[in-house]
Write a protein that binds this ligand. Structure first.
Ligand code: HEC
Length: 114
């Protein structure tokens, strides 16, 4: 009986460990995607303080104005792109990102909150 309980707690422990490892792996993937696809305009820290970001008037993602926007609206922008005065200022990423990857990137930008 004791042994069974011990085995059960070891199994539960390893399930927990692998869930944590998976979550960390997903976060790392989002970070890599951010750096390779998004940071040239939005900056590594989301402030938009790159040459391209300044040129395109990218908003500061650490600010409350950005952070108060809804996930669903942000996701639409990431997948479909963003226009300003009828001109495309950010390309849509629907050919490059799955909806789940877009979600992960939005979650990543939530980490920029001040
Ligand atoms: C070519 C430059 C450029 C690249 C690359 C780029 N963006 Fe943008 N992004 C913009 C501009 C310009 C805007 C519009 C101004 C603003 O809201 O900051 C914008 C807006 C956004 C918004 C806010 C949309 C809204 O509805 O308010 C999100 C979220 C976003 N980008 C995420 C991303 C993600 C994620 C990536 C990488 C997959 C990315 N961007 C790559 C230029 C870029």
């Amino acid at each position: 009986m004791k042994n069974i309980r011990l085995l059960a707690s070891i199994a539960a422990g390893s399930v927990l460990l692998s869930a944590t490892a998976l979550a960390q792996e997903a976060d790392k993937k989002a970070e890599r995607a951010w750096k390779s696809k998004c940071a040239s305009c939005h900056g590594q820290t989301g402030k938009g303080d790159t040459d391209k970001g300044k040129e395109l008037k990218v908003e500061d993602m650490t600010a409350a104005k950005y952070q108060s926007k809804k996930d669903a609206d942000l996701k639409k922008s990431v997948l479909e792109g963003v226009k300003a005065d009828g001109k495309e200022v950010m390309p849509g990423f629907k050919d490059e990102l799955t909806p789940e990857q877009a979600d992960a990137l939005i979650k990543y930008t939530r980490g920029f909150k001040k």
